[in-house]
Write a protein that binds this ligand. Structure first.
Ligand SMILES: Cc1cc2nc3c(=O)[nH]c(=O)nc-3n(C[C@H](O)[C@H](O)[C@H](O)COP(=O)(O)O)c2cc1C
Length: 186
């Protein structure tokens, strides 16, 4: 069985600092090869903490933040499933509108438009983000496009900003969604 390749995209939301222990290592244990891309915000955060270098060591691939030049090859393998986790409200809004002004958005927007390439998104947002008048239409646009959302009271109940410090993120539900999208025994 060939290894499934997960294109993991992290944005500037709470929990992005947990990616290595809570998502990347467990995904690898389940047979995934993981290649990571970060938004510029998440890239800054994880560079500063040293986690970006650690992720590169564990995955064996450079973490992509900047777009490549036209004369450079992509440093990542071909992806079987994209996962955006955690997805900021900003990331969700831009994906819904097709805005691709950084490497992370470019990859995921193209994946959304690619046939038979699953995209899973976990919006790590709070009640204030979800009260924005455009929020529901963004979620609906992604659903209509076939994006698999890990979203709802059962997985991540929305809370008021600053009211739920230290809450556990639904990492196992996120990984379940990815495994459902591309089963190991294909
Ligand atoms: C410490 C910190 C935590 C944040 N957590 C979240 C979050 O959980 N969800 C969210 O939507 N935005 C969060 N933000 C705001 C985003 O980082 C901000 O909107 C940023 O522009 C997102 O950029 P990106 O989507 O390109 O990564 C947080 C900001 C800071 C400083």
């Amino acid at each position: 069985m060939s290894s499934r390749v997960l294109g993991l995209v992290g944005s500037g939301s709470g929990g992005v600092e947990e990616l290595l222990p809570r998502l990347i290592r467990p995904a690898q244990e389940q047979g995934w090869t993981v290649a990571v891309t970060l938004t510029p915000t998440a890239g800054r955060w994880l560079s500063k903490s040293g986690a970006l270098t650690e992720i590169e060591g564990v995955t064996g691939y450079p973490v992509r933040v900047e777009p490549r030049s036209p004369d450079e090859k992509s440093p990542h393998p071909q992806v079987d499933c994209y996962l955006v986790a955690p997805a900021s409200a900003n990331m969700v809004a831009k994906l819904a509108l097709g805005i691709a002004d950084n490497q992370a958005l470019t990859q995921v927007n193209e994946a959304i438009g690619t046939r038979d390439l699953p995209v899973v998104v976990f919006p790590r947002v709070n009640a204030a983000h979800a009260r924005h008048p455009s929020w529901e239409s963004h979620i609906e646009a992604l659903r209509r496009a076939g994006v698999r959302l890990v979203y709802g009271d059962d997985v991540w109940p929305l809370h008021e900003p600053r009211s739920a410090p230290g809450r556990e993120l639904p990492w196992s539900a996120v990984l379940d969604a990815v495994n459902a999208a591309v089963p190991a025994s294909r």
